[in-house]
Design a protein around this ligand. Structure first.
Ligand SMILES: *Cc1c(COP(=O)(O)O)cnc(C)c1O
Length: 419
């Protein structure tokens, strides 16, 4: 067989690991070309919310593709984008009244940073320092990497990354240290903004913290006039049990980043939503104060149509009931796994569960990661441990037998790998 020219992301080709060819998807199931049935236990990397091939989204994509496939968005507009922007403003909390389109979670974060710096510059008080939380992940472009945790992912590029100020992760019992540090930074460094992943840090290892801390951080920022950016790229669209994780803390950010589940997980699209204060700082007859960010496919009509179908599903189908049902089933399966030998720190929020496998070499390059991955592949399970952290984050439509099979696979891995 000739070797594929494809260079895969987060893949060390030198290890010769198999790369299955996926041919079809429906609900929580993927089929490989050679007929293997795979249970998608991680929503195809946290994007697939209602399941693969939801008929309403598929139909919306087909219809829009036949009508208008693409048009420049600087100085032009189209119905799917207008409908989507209005729909988002209706669905998301006040006063998030402005919608800026881009193409991925990373770019939605880049735009958030540009909005924050633009806000301060155009007010005549330039500020550029960004405050971030320890262990966070905000994407893989240079700006998004700069505000994320430093490590093996970005060691080669470290010289290009800009300097930020970090607050410690609010571990249970140590929350006050995080809040005190944030308060001191806001007082002493006049930062432009704080950016956080609300309630759960995803790529950092599924680390969960309390709504109270989120609410307190927001309040500290508000007191000091520091912008509060919520990166809900992973947590948005119901993952944590509510449409937005911020809802659980009764928090509304100044800037909100959404992507992944925005199109139900079908087509790349992202938005950065902002309050009138942010928009108005850019609003002027002076062309130099425009928000200078665009990509060729900004607000692609087919992607917007997919997102409009997703919003219709949220409005018309009992999505929150499905999420509550999945969350209860997830809790039940986690409870049955949490007390097994070798399992530590079992935790959950909404539709997400996670546990750590007790090994000596922890962290992303922990040897147990690839061992478990190979085991899950053999069992027909799409689970992708983050180092020694195993998590389950399925599409909301997953059948009970398939969810049970994911946990049976995890328990078998713990036994077979003699952990
Ligand atoms: C996935 C993710 C991103 C990056 O999104 P991409 O679409 O992969 O660029 C940003 N922030 C968070 C919290 C994420 O989980």
């Amino acid at each position: 067989m000739t070797r594929s020219p494809v260079w895969h992301p987060f893949t060390q080709h030198g290890l010769g690991e198999p790369v299955p060819l996926v041919a079809r998807g429906e609900g929580a199931i993927l089929w490989t070309e050679d007929g293997q049935r795979i249970i998608d236990g991680i929503s195809s990397w946290w994007v697939t919310t209602h399941g693969h091939g939801h008929p309403l989204i598929v139909q919306a994509i087909a219809e829009q593709a036949g009508k208008l496939d693409q048009v420049i968005f600087a100085g032009w507009t189209h119905e799917p984008a207008e409908t989507l922007a209005r729909g988002l403003v209706d669905l998301m909390p006040d006063p998030l009244a402005h919608v800026f389109f881009s193409d991925s979670g990373s770019t939605s974060v880049e735009v958030a940073l540009k909005m924050a710096l633009g806000y301060w510059l155009h007010r005549g008080e330039p500020r550029h320092r960004i405050v971030v939380m320890e262990h966070s992940y905000h994407g893989d472009t240079i700006g998004a990497m700069s505000i994320g945790a430093r490590g093996v992912f970005n060691r080669a590029y470290a010289p290009l990354l800009f300097d930020v100020t970090e607050i410690p992760f609010p571990h249970e019992g140590a929350e006050q240290a995080t809040l005190d540090r944030l308060e001191a930074i806001c007082r002493e460094e006049a930062p432009a903004a704080l950016i956080v992943e609300p309630l759960i840090l995803g790529a950092g290892g599924m680390l969960i913290y309390s709504p109270q801390v989120l609410a307190e951080m927001r309040a500290i920022c508000a007191r000091h006039g520091v912008l509060f950016i919520a990166d809900e790229v992973m947590t948005g669209w119901g993952r944590t049990g509510t449409l937005l994780a911020c809802e659980q803390a009764d928090v509304v950010p100044d800037i909100l980043c959404l992507s992944k589940g925005l199109t139900g997980g079908t087509i790349p699209l992202a938005v950065t939503m902002a309050t009138p204060a942010i928009f108005d700082a850019h609003y002027s007859t002076d062309r130099s104060r425009a928000l200078y960010h665009s990509s060729s496919y900004t607000a692609n009509p087919i992607a917007c149509a997919a997102a409009n179908a997703n919003l219709a599903i949220w409005r018309e189908e009992p999505v929150l009931d499905r999420i509550a049902d999945l969350a209860a089933r997830q809790a039940h399966h986690l409870d049955a796994t949490a007390s097994l030998p070798g399992v530590a720190r079992a935790r959950r929020i909404g539709t997400i569960t996670a546990l750590d496998v007790e090994v000596r070499d922890t962290g992303y390059l922990s040897a147990v990661g690839p061992q478990m991955l190979a085991h899950f592949r053999k069992e027909g399970l799409l689970l992708r441990p983050l180092g020694n952290t195993v998590y389950v984050m399925p599409p909301y439509c997953i059948e009970e037998a398939d969810l049970a099979a994911l946990y049976a696979g995890i328990r078998k891995a713990l036994r077979d790998l003699a952990i």
